[in-house]
Each structure stands twice: as structure tokens, then as C-alpha cells.
Design a protein around this ligand. Structure first.
Ligand code: ADP
Length: 490
């Protein structure tokens, strides 16, 4: 099976969130079971920097931004998965993030930047591709950034009976980000005028990259079975529930796996002490190091709550700030937060750490090493998301013996089993599930977790259940392969 995996971020080349983790791991897991996978990604400076063995492939001209791009092929560090990089000084080689500038503002030319990613993906997906020696059978697009690919593929092949094309798949990692732009972009990106209609790329008076993908892709998937159902409802559908319901039976929900090499407390290079499910004692050493590093009071028995997250409404971190003082003063917890996002959230957490310097540590920014140390050094991981397509951090928490407190939604519902007598008896208890997404329920769930935390023997069982769970990509990769087969033979 030949697969073109189109993505706007892939770890370790470039990462802003969970999509990068998936794009780093899934292609490697597919390769391991025999697939011929190539990643296609924009050439941001970090990508060009880290790409292994880069070689020039071809040039493509007359693209919508009046430009020319170079296609380069190289390899992922470590996994050696082939990566095709779109090199364009004008579009991608600039300081700042993949989507926003250094002040956090969306790049104004994002439609060109990701329209080009989508168009190049579509061009590579047919037997008339600028590449002579390789074309995919499946073009696997991810989120809005490559959402226009299926639309371009549709219009490229229209009326050209001789053109053989790949089948397209769109995976939705977060429906909240839709890539919607004013209608004049339809023409500027070279889409035909007739595409701009309800049965096409139009979405409430705008061009929506994501809607285009959902409408034109041959297959659809999302990153957990529960989220696949939720997005067909008004509460979680972000306005797309009608279209998604119409294709409801076709939407596959496949839970993400983890990079179990990168996220393994037994070998993690970011930890001062390693540990595993057979001997968790080393976790205490990491906790001590973390408390010291974060300038928290070094106390072995004080429960340390951890958050590593984008600081946004989606992640429910306003619920945590609403009850943090209670958790600290009445329940005697410490809190460590790592993340960045909405300015008001960042400020709120900074203020909290100023008020409780011994009990609260807040690190604003992105820090891969610290995120590993927090996963290992904290006692309980807090993730009260309002919606969560899959979520990876709760699974990192499971793997590092840091039971998560989560809301019952999306991938959180599919990966965390609430602790109670039954689940303890049958060894499935792995965390604590809130009943409702509000601050009171968060306090109740943390309070329940703390009750078990005091009972060291039971706590160890909960930790072990999570740590022994098989979370690697192999099962999910097989599910993706079955889905590709299904789409190919549709
Ligand atoms: P999302 O993709 O919605 O942000 P996920 O839980 O799916 O959430 O994935 C988030 C990924 O980004 C995880 O790998 C997490 O460890 C990482 N991450 C998020 N914020 C930070 C941060 N401030 N520093 C380091 N890693 C972070």
C-alpha cells in the first residue's frame, strides 16, 4: 500500500500539538507493517534544519501565489520514514510558528501557505504527478491545513477519464479549527467558481478548508470512537454536524496510539531516575527533582497535580483556575502548570503562582523536556477538557504512573477508566472521570483521587493498571490499514 501522508506538523521536525505526535508515529507504525509511506510537509526552517539526507526531487511552478516551489525528499530522524518537503522561501521560511507569527497572530497568507500544501498533495496524487517514479494509492490528509486536497483532486480529475488518482482520506484531529476564509480565496487558490456552493467548499458564506475535505474526501476518520459520534451532534459539531451526520456511517473513529519509545519512563533521557510498572519507586526521585526545579516545597507526601496543555477554553483550564485555591488550601495539593495560550489564562495562572509560590509553579511556554519530567514527577494529571478529540497527555499520564482526572468526552472517555470497586477488582481502574465539566465536579474527582492516593497500596494498583496498558501504535496502525483497504475498494 502506497500512502501519501499530508500534514502541517510532524514530531520531531516541528510540533505545536497532538497532530505532530500522530504524524511522527503513525507513518512509522504503518511502515513497520509493510506500507510504503511518504510524509508531505511544508518546509518551515525547523523542518529544513532537521530533515535527514535531503535531496532535490523536482520543481513545481505556476502555483496560486505566483510562485515556484522545490520538492525535496529526505528522512525523518530515527524512524527514517521518507519525508517530502515543500521548500518555498516566500511561504514557509520565516521566524514564528507554523500557523502564527511571534505575537500569536495568524499568518495573513495562511490560505496560500496551506492551499499550496493541499494543491501540491493533489498534484502528487495522480499518475500525471510531477514525480515519475512514485504515486500513492491513498492520500491521507489531516485537519484543515490539508483539507483542500480532496477538493483539488476532485476538480483535477473531472472530465479527464485517463487520469488515475489515489483515493483520499481526511482525518479530523480537531473540528474546532476549520480554516475559513473570505470567498475571494476560491479564485485566488485556483478552485473553480462552481466549487463555491453548499455541495462544495462553501461554508456559511466563506471558503472552509475543513468543510471542503469533509465534503470531497473518499473516506473520513477521527481520532477516537467517542469523538466520531460526538461530532455528529449539535453540541460538538461546530456547525458541521449536518454534513458529518450525512456521512455518519463512513466515519471511522480510531484511537491514537503513543510513541512508546519517546514516552517510556524506563528509558526517558529527560528523567533523573528511571522506573517501570514493576518498580515505581524511582518516580519519587523524579518528583523530588521536579519540586526542586520548580521551586515548590520539597515534600514527598504532598500530592502534586500536573497540567501540560494549551491554555484554552477547550482544555477546561478555567475550571481548574476557579477551584485551584480550594485544592491548594483545603486539600493541601501542589500544582504545576506548563503551557501557553490565551493571555487571560496565562495571566490567571501567573497570578496564582505569585500568591502561592511554595505550592504553585507556572511555566508559560513550550518545553518538551519539562513536559516529560512533569508527566513523571507529578502524582495526578489534570485534564478537564470540554471536548477532546483524542488527547495524548492523559495517555502519557497513564504510562508514567500519573493517573489522570478527566472529563467524560472524546478520547478521554475511550482511554481512561474511572476507579471504583468493580474496576479495581477487575484491574481496569486507571484514573478518575468527572461526571460533568464544571469546577465542582473537578474538585469532587480530585478529592476522590486523593482518597485513593492516601491508600498507597491501592494507588499503586491504579498506577500499575495504567502503566501496563498497551498504548502503542501497532493496533491503531492495523485499523488504519483496514480503513485504507475499505476506501480503496469502495
Ligand atoms: P492538543 O493537540 O489538542 O493540543 P493533545 O493532548 O492531543 O492536545 O496533544 C498535546 C501534545 O502537545 C502533547 O504531546 C503534549 O505533551 C504537548 N504539549 C502541549 N503543550 C505543551 C507545552 N507547553 N510544552 C511541551 N509540550 C506540550
Amino acid at each position: 500500500m502506497r500512502i501519501l501522508f499530508v500534514t502541517s506538523e510532524a514530531f520531531p521536525l516541528i510540533k505545536t500539538g497532538g497532530l505532530a505526535d500522530v504524524s511522527g508515529s503513525l507513518p512509522a507504525a504503518l511502515q513497520a507493517i509493510g506500507a510504503d509511506v511518504r510524509i508531505l510537509i511544508p518546509g518551515y526552517p525547523a523542518v529544513l534544519d532537521k530533515l535527514v539526507n535531503p535531496t532535490f526531487l523536482t520543481t513545481i511552478s505556476n502555483l496560486p501565489h505566483d510562485g515556484t516551489i522545490n520538492l525535496i525528499i529526505g528522512e525523518m530522524p530515527e524512524t527514517k520514514v521518507p519525508v517530502m518537503v515543500i521548500e518555498s522561501a516566500g511561504l514557509y521560511q520565516r521566524n514564528g510558528g507554523p500557523y502564527v507569527d511571534s505575537t500569536g497572530k495568524d499568518w495573513e497568507d495562511n490560505p496560500y501557505r496551506f492551499g499550496t500544501l493541499s494543491l501540491v498533495a493533489a498534484m502528487l496524487s495522480s499518475d500525471q504527478s510531477p514525480l515519475k517514479d512514485w504515486s500513492p494509492e491513498i492520500t491521507h490528509c489531516n485537519d484543515w491545513q490539508s483539507g483542500l486536497t480532496p477538493a483539488f483532486m476532485h476538480f483535477m480529475s473531472a472530465g479527464r477519464t485517463k487520469m488515475k488518482q489515489a483515493k483520499s482520506l481526511l482525518s479530523i484531529h480537531n473540528l474546532a479549527f476549520q480554516g475559513s476564509y473570505s470567498a475571494d480565496w476560491v479564485k485566488r487558490l485556483g478552485l473553480p467558481a462552481e466549487s463555491y456552493q453548499i455541495n462544495g467548499v462553501e461554508y456559511y458564506g466563506q471558503l472552509s478548508f475543513l468543510k471542503a475535505g469533509i465534503f470531497y474526501a473518499d473516506g473520513l476518520s477521527t481520532v477516537s470512537p467517542t469523538y466520531a459520534k460526538e461530532i455528529q451532534t449539535e453540541a460538538y459539531g461546530f456547525g458541521m454536524q449536518g454534513l458529518l451526520t450525512a456521512r455518519g456511517t463512513e466515519i471511522h473513529g480510531i484511537l491514537n496510539g503513543l510513541d512508546t519509545h519517546e514516552w517510556n519512563p524506563a528509558i526517558d533521557p529527560h528523567l533523573v531516575q528511571h522506573y517501570d510498572a514493576d518498580n515505581i519507586t524511582g518516580k519519587q526521585v523524579v518528583k523530588k527533582m521536579l519540586q526542586t526545579k520548580l521551586r515548590l516545597k520539597v515534600e514527598a507526601n504532598t500530592p502534586l497535580l500536573g497540567v501540560v496543555s494549551r491554555l484554552t477554553h477547550q482544555k477546561g483550564l478555567d475550571m481548574l483556575s476557579a477551584c485551584a485555591e480550594t485544592l491548594i488550601t483545603q486539600y493541601g495539593c501542589q500544582l504545576a502548570v506548563l503551557g501557553s495560550g490565551d493571555a487571560s489564562f496565562e495571566q490567571g495562572y501567573r497570578d496564582l503562582s505569585r500568591r502561592f509560590p511554595d505550592q504553585v509553579s507556572v511555566t508559560i511556554g513550550y518545553n518538551e523536556a519539562l513536559s516529560h519530567q512533569m508527566m513523571a514527577g507529578c502524582d495526578i494529571f489534570i485534564m478537564p477538557s470540554r471536548f477532546e478529540p483524542c488527547g495524548l497527555n492523559q495517555m502519557y499520564g497513564l504510562r508514567y504512573g500519573t493517573p489522570p482526572v478527566v472529563t467524560y468526552t472524546g478520547g478521554l472517555a475511550d482511554s481512561v477508566q474511572d476507579t471504583n470497586e468493580d474496576s479495581l477488582n477487575n484491574k481496569t481502574a486507571t484514573g478518575f472521570v468527572m461526571k460533568k465539566a464544571d469546577a465542582n465536579d473537578l474538585v469532587s474527582a480530585v478529592s476522590k483521587a486523593l482518597g485513593y492516593y492516601q491508600d498507597k497500596k491501592t494507588w499503586k494498583k491504579i498506577q500499575e493498571n495504567g502503566m501496563r496498558q498497551n498504548l502503542d501504535w501497532s493496533r491503531s496502525a492495523k485499523a488504519y490499514m483496514r480503513m485504507y483497504e475499505e476506501i480503496l475498494h469502495k
